[in-house]
Design a protein around this ligand. Structure first.
Ligand code: G4P
Length: 531
């Protein structure tokens, strides 16, 4: 225990994930209505006028209408201090989502009721399931025609392999949306299209035991259907089990409509009750409890040039234990240095708020003079432990990249290296051919566009990307025992090296991987970069 236990225990830190357009921004805005937003760190994006300003700092986001960067915002509600981590709503950025999830203790998943789990974002949601953190589902847009409720739940169970437990149950949808049945209170909360943008109105609550009143309120047809569904649900649905929720095996599901502000506060309340205080994190010396230790944090995201007016890099870190104050000295373990963090801040789109203190569970951004890498640990100068690293995803698309104006080699190399350090792309070079050409690997093809766009806009370098046919990458685990020069692979195999000089192989198909292993006895290949 330390003196900050109370502050730390009221923190709740979660990521919000959804397919673009499911209503993540709208829901986040409604959350903010319930609490006074205290800090916005490059936060909510939206299409409506005023909302635009806050997180669409990257032009490409505006052009495509997608959010490709994550941001953080903090607000107070009911005694809790809540940190929301926004994630890019596109599968091509699922690696970024994964990193953001590493910094969160739970996730809110927003699903469009007319669409269910969308094919394009399956990967994104799977990333969340992979991290095994509690997921709370909000099925949105019930004021529009929705898919069958049982089908929607089935979809989540099948697609994501996670059991569902409805907290409430919708009565109709679209024009016929009558409200929701609260399973705990056993009553119906009738739908009222409260004025957009205002707090939830006082909804009528009717106990299902008072059948006459229920029928009068929602009509005979809807009442019959509801009573039948309640029977089905109570008989067949998964029982609520907090332990299963916290283990990421069961997701509580709420239905509502973010736009008309129906069901949002109930969801927020349930969510806050079920979610945990900041969790202990794994380090090489064992688990580090948030309340039992001095300050420690890890870097989960690096972002350059967030604002054209400040051409700099910001490292986002999650505080894992203790209290941070701007004057204190900290040890950057990987860099082997004790230092003061420069300009600790909460980043807003066009503005930055200098921060004087923060606690375990909070996210801070600090000025990065190019020393931090994703996964780095910061702790008290007396200690030297390292938090468990953040794995990198194996790239699945490769391209050769050339700068069009060969005079700009320096800017080109600087730009591409900085973008690679942020983890947005991975870069490789030909292995011992003496060629200086750079090969870029990405997890999702949209990252190529982002690279091109950013090099042009931030570094003034035009590039050409020639796509390469490789889809499979393997690092050589026993590189010290293998003579890379003599390695014989298939004709379509390519030898390259990463920025640290580690050799690796690119293949067009899995068959070639197998052939290469057969031809080179003793060779050990791995899909993960452990170097
Ligand atoms: P995103 O962040 O997940 O991409 O979604 P966002 O909140 O921007 O919402 C996408 C669109 O869906 C917006 O409409 C928004 O108003 C609408 N929407 C969100 N929640 C609900 C809901 O509960 N019911 C209904 N009917 N619509 C909802 P838009 O026309 O694209 O933008 P706007 O002009 O309304 O801002």
């Amino acid at each position: 225990m330390n003196d900050y236990t109370e502050e730390i225990n009221r923190r709740r830190t979660f990521a919000i994930i959804s397919h673009p357009d499911a209503g993540k921004t709208t829901l986040t805005e409604k959350f903010l209505l319930y609490g006074g937003a205290i800090n916005l760190a490059g936060s909510v994006k939206g299409k409506a006028t005023a909302r635009h300003a806050v997180s669409d700092w990257m032009e490409i986001e505006k052009e495509r209408g997608i959010s490709v960067t994550s941001s953080v915002l903090q607000f107070e509600y009911g005694g809790y201090c809540i940190n929301i981590l926004d994630t890019p709503g596109h599968q091509d950025f699922s690696e970024d989502t994964y990193r953001t999830l590493m910094a969160a203790d739970s996730a809110v998943m927003v699903i469009d009721a007319s669409k269910g789990v969308e094919a394009q974002t399956r990967k994104l949601f799977k990333v969340c399931v992979m991290r095994k953190i509690p997921i709370f589902t909000f099925i949105n847009k019930m004021d529009r025609d929705a898919r069958d409720t049982f089908d929607l739940l089935d979809d989540i169970e099948k697609e994501l392999g996670i059991a569902t437990c409805p907290v409430n149950w919708p009565i109709g949808s679209g024009k016929e949306f009558k409200g929701v049945y609260d399973r705990e209170k056993k009553c119906v909360i009738s739908y009222a299209d409260t004025e957009k943008g205002t707090k939830e109105g006082t909804a009528t609550e009717i106990s299902v035991a008072q059948e006459d009143m229920l029928r009068a309120q929602i009509g005979d047809g809807a009442a019959d259907k509801l009573l039948e569904e309640i029977d089905l649900l109570d008989g067949a649905g998964a029982d609520f089990n907090l332990e299963a929720v916290r283990a990421g095996d069961l997701t509580p599901v709420c239905f509502g409509s973010a736009l008309t502000n129906f069901g949002v506060e109930i969801f927020l309340k349930h969510f806050l009750q079920m979610t945990t205080t900041p969790l202990a994190r794994k380090a090489d010396v064992g688990m580090i409890e948030p309340t039992e230790n001095a300050f420690s944090a890890f870097v989960f995201k690096i972002q350059a040039n967030m604002n054209k007016a400040h051409r700099d890099r910001v490292a986002f870190m999650r505080i894992c234990s203790g209290r941070f104050d701007a004057q204190m000295e900290v040890r950057h373990v990987q860099g082997g240095k004790v230092m003061r963090l420069s300009q600790p801040q909460q980043i807003m789109a066009d503005d930055r708020k200098i921060l004087s203190e923060a606690y375990a569970g909070d996210i801070i951004g600090v000025f990065d003079p190019g020393i931090f890498s994703i996964g780095d640990t910061l702790c008290s100068p007396k200690e030297k432990f390292r938090y468990e690293g953040i794995p990198t995803f194996a790239p699945e698309h490769f391209a050769r990249v050339r700068q069009i104006d060969t005079m700009k080699r320096k800017q080109f190399v600087k730009g591409i290296q900085q973008i690679a350090q942020e983890g947005a792309i991975q870069i490789f070079q030909e292995f011992n051919t003496g060629l200086e050409e750079i090969i870029v690997g990405v997890v999702g093809v949209l990252q190529f566009d982002v690279l091109k766009y950013r090099l042009e806009n931030e570094y003034n370098v035009e590039i050409r990307l020639d796509s390469l046919p490789y889809e499979h990458i393997r690092w050589i685990e026993n590189k010290d025992e293998v003579d890379i020069e003599k390695l014989t692979g298939t004709s379509d195999m390519k030898k390259v090296k990463d920025m640290k000089g580690n050799p690796l192989l690119l293949f067009v198909n899995p068959w070639s991987v197998g052939m290469t292993l057969d031809r080179n006895k003793g060779l050990v290949l791995t899909e993960f970069n452990k170097n």
